[in-house]
Ligand binder design. Sequence first.
Ligand code: NAD
Length: 374
Amino acid sequence: MSIVAPDAPRSPVVAAGDAGRGTFAYCSQQYRVVFGVGTSARLGEETERLGIKRALVLTTPEQQDLGQRIGAGLGDRLAGLFAGARMHTPVEVTNQALGIVESKDIDGLVAIGGGSTVGLGKALSLRTGLPHIAMPTTYAGSEMTPILGETTNGIKTTQHSQDLVPDAVIYDVDLTVSLPPHVSAASGLNAIAHAVEALYAPDANPLTSLMAEDGIAALARALPRIMDAPADAGARRDALYGAWLCGVCLGAVGMSLHHKLCHVLGGMFDLPHAETHAIVLPHAAAYNAVAAPDAMTRVARALRTTDAPQGLFNLARGLALPRRLADIGMPEDGIARAAEMAVRSPYANPRPVERVAIQDLIAAAWRGDAPAQH
Ligand code: NAD
């Protein structure tokens, strides 16, 4: 199940807030999700359902053992393992894997890992038309989106296509238990950012808003428990469930100022992706709060607080995530340059994106101030 309108024009559909007045566009698409504890054992059934007889398992180098263990369960249906997935889907890696697809007569792909591995699965599936099963091990949410970012000679380009959505997704809570607590926290805040922006998206609709609120609530409940007890099965279940919902939001509606800022900051200063999201999110929410009061009410309700931006700030602090862009490698003299870039071709946003206010926002995030409206 999902709510996705990736190939339909997005921004003209509704203005932010129209969904609340009963006017919205909703487009659903069919895909299969298996969710639970120990669901990796269902991989054989899923390959059979898709008619896969010669599967190629994909992982990063670090998750090769996991790929071997899960792949072994496929018996004769396992034709190969490619453990070369890398961040930002470099085209040379995809081409290397394509060579294996051809030489081993592969007829289906199984991506086991985070956004990097799922990205490779998408890139291969797009080029070959082969069925793709994703088994996510982080909270990034790529498995729920019709989006692929690829890198050629260090330049990243993004494309949208319905064909990029995996044919089946197996969420196995067990596969996430090894994700270190601090990585889980950053990845979880990154997921929450998708849901926060989905609540004030230009094409928001009541269904994605339900998922966004529930996704934020599930992750906000789970992440502090994961910090205390990384193997807590209930907390891991809640977090993965929340990540699924937030991933649907990312794939279904347009993202706004927060995602634009993170792309600009990450691209200009090579900042760590998930930590950048965690730091910027409370400030972006504060910027938009006045223009998106209904969204803020829902974020606050999900966080069990009354002030959404402050609630997001407190959540990140409680998870011991870095709170200053200065701490993750952004130079102070980059603030004005980043503001300049961020206001150039901005994404649709509930509040107009103004140069001075955006510079103040970035400066506040650089210093680690509490969120305030600029
Ligand atoms: P990742 O896939 O790059 O994984 C980071 C590291 O953590 C890797 O070494 C991986 O092997 C390891 N790892 C993953 N799961 C683990 C686990 N359970 N236990 C131990 N180690 C584990 O990280 P990510 O944040 O999931 O993905 C980031 C990439 O995904 C970026 O390239 C980003 O652009 C992309 N992304 C794309 C979309 C989309 O919709 N296209 C959405 C989100 C992210």
